[in-house]
Ligand binder design. Structure first.
Ligand code: PLP
Length: 401
């Protein structure tokens, strides 16, 4: 499946079966085509590949290790392993695609990187990449999120980025996307819009996946090295789906590995209380591409919620949408409560504080381990939990201290 798979999907016009594509205004169509053509040419060039390789090794600290969770496995059964993307520079997998996007921008002669951010994680990773390459960086962020995510706003500013507050509508992620797109449209020649996950119009879902494939390639080899076999199960949380696509892409060819994508179950499975896009959504178009989507009667994106702000998106990557229909990946749900339990459990049994997003995947691995005590389980620990510390202590501290 593997190499053929990557040749087959996406199709030339960016489709993963019926999902994906580019449903965008004509001005952008032309620009996306230019980026796509340049990406095909540049990403195969020796210079690009060796520069990216060198950045990963000397700047990001790759390869990140695979770690066996001794005490967690002892307590719950199974053999639970973590791919430590929390040890990637800036503390999450996001820098993998931000460095790739910024390197492409440099090859394209762009001067400025533009993006939106919700919790600020993508903004921080992109501001880091911009500083590395000496590019300008403009991050659009809703005023509500700016107030909530003070430390990340400060990080972006220290890194030299301009943070543009967005004051219309609900003043959160969706408005920030609209605002960033408008700014991009003003000057698509010298700027580039850097999307933060395997979402958006073609070619972004493909490029971001390709930049994240390093996670799966490394993890497969490391796991084989450590254990002499492949994992029985591979687990990752799914917001837009970039960390999951990165890890899964290493195992799509291995029919003996079961793949699990974990969505946020939030407070409940009632409307507006979760972001279980693939579990409860249906196909629709959001932000220029087709995917499973939580939507209202008019087909507009529905309100979503998760304790993990990196997971609360009403759409999902088109490739995940296809992999669900193919039954190649099983998508399931973990709620806030189970994620918070896993946050403390991993911290106290292994000395690793996970991001709340990643804690969803850890919680699911624990469930699998209890069901199948003989199984080996590889989890993508997509990020570290420092960013969530104040929130967790304030909201849940009393229950756990
Ligand atoms: C942003 C984020 C996610 C969710 O994004 P994906 O594109 O679904 O991977 C998951 N984990 C961490 C740590 C994040 O920062």
């Amino acid at each position: 499946m593997s190499e053929n798979y990557f040749k087959k999907y996406p199709s030339k016009d960016g489709f993963y079966k019926e999902y994906g594509g580019a449903f965008i205004p004509p001005v952008l169509e032309e620009e996306m085509k230019k980026i796509n053509d340049a990406y095909y040419a540049i990403s195969k060039s020796h210079n690009f590949i060796s520069e990216l390789r060198s950045i990963r090794k000397h700047y990001q600290g790759r390869p990140t290790p695979v770690y066996f969770c001794n005490r967690l496995s002892e307590k719950y059964g199974g053999r639970i392993y973590l791919k430590r993307e929390d040890l990637n520079h800036t503390g999450a997998h996001k820098l993998n695609h931000c460095m790739g996007e910024a390197l492409l921008a440099k090859y394209l002669g762009k001067k400025k990187l533009i993006a939106e951010t919700g919790a600020g994680q993508h903004g921080v990773a992109l501001a880091t990449a911009a500083a590395y390459f000496g590019l300008e960086c403009e991050i659009h962020m809703g005023e509500v999120d700016i107030a909530k995510e003070h430390p990340n706003v400060m990080r972006m500013k220290v890194l030299g980025a301009t943070v543009v507050p967005v004051s219309h509508g609900l003043r959160t992620l969706k408005e920030a996307v609209d605002s960033a797109f408008q700014s991009y449209l003003k000057d698509p020649i010298s700027t580039i819009y850097c999307i933060g996950s395997v979402v958006g119009p073609h070619p972004f879902p493909m490029m971001v996946r390709d930049f994240q494939r390093v996670v799966g390639i490394e993890a497969r080899e490391q796991f084989l090295d450590m254990t002499g076999e492949l994992p029985d199960s591979v687990v990752a949380c799914v917001g837009g789906g970039s960390n999951a696509m990165g890890l899964f892409s290493g195992f799509l060819d291995d029919d003996e590995c079961k793949l699990y994508g974990i969505e946020p179950g939030g407070r409940s499975m009632d409307n507006g209380e979760h972001a279980a896009t693939m579990t409860l959504g249906k196909p629709g178009v959001i932000h220029g591409f087709k995917c499973y989507m939580l939507q209202d009667e008019k087909g507009e994106p529905a309100p979503v919620y998760s304790v993990a702000s990196g997971l609360d998106y009403p759409g999902v990557g088109p490739e995940h949408s296809m992999l669900k229909d193919m039954k190649k990946v099983t998508y399931d749900v973990i709620d806030d409560k189970a994620a918070i339990d896993a946050f403390f459990e991993l911290s106290r049994l292994e000395g690793i504080i996970p991001a709340l997003e990643s804690a969803h995947a850890v919680a699911y691995a624990v469930k699998l381990a209890q069901k199948e005590p003989q199984a080996s389980i590889l989890v993508n620990l997509s990020g570290r939990g420092d960013k969530d510390m104040d929130f967790v202590v304030e909201k849940y501290g009393e229950d756990y201290f």
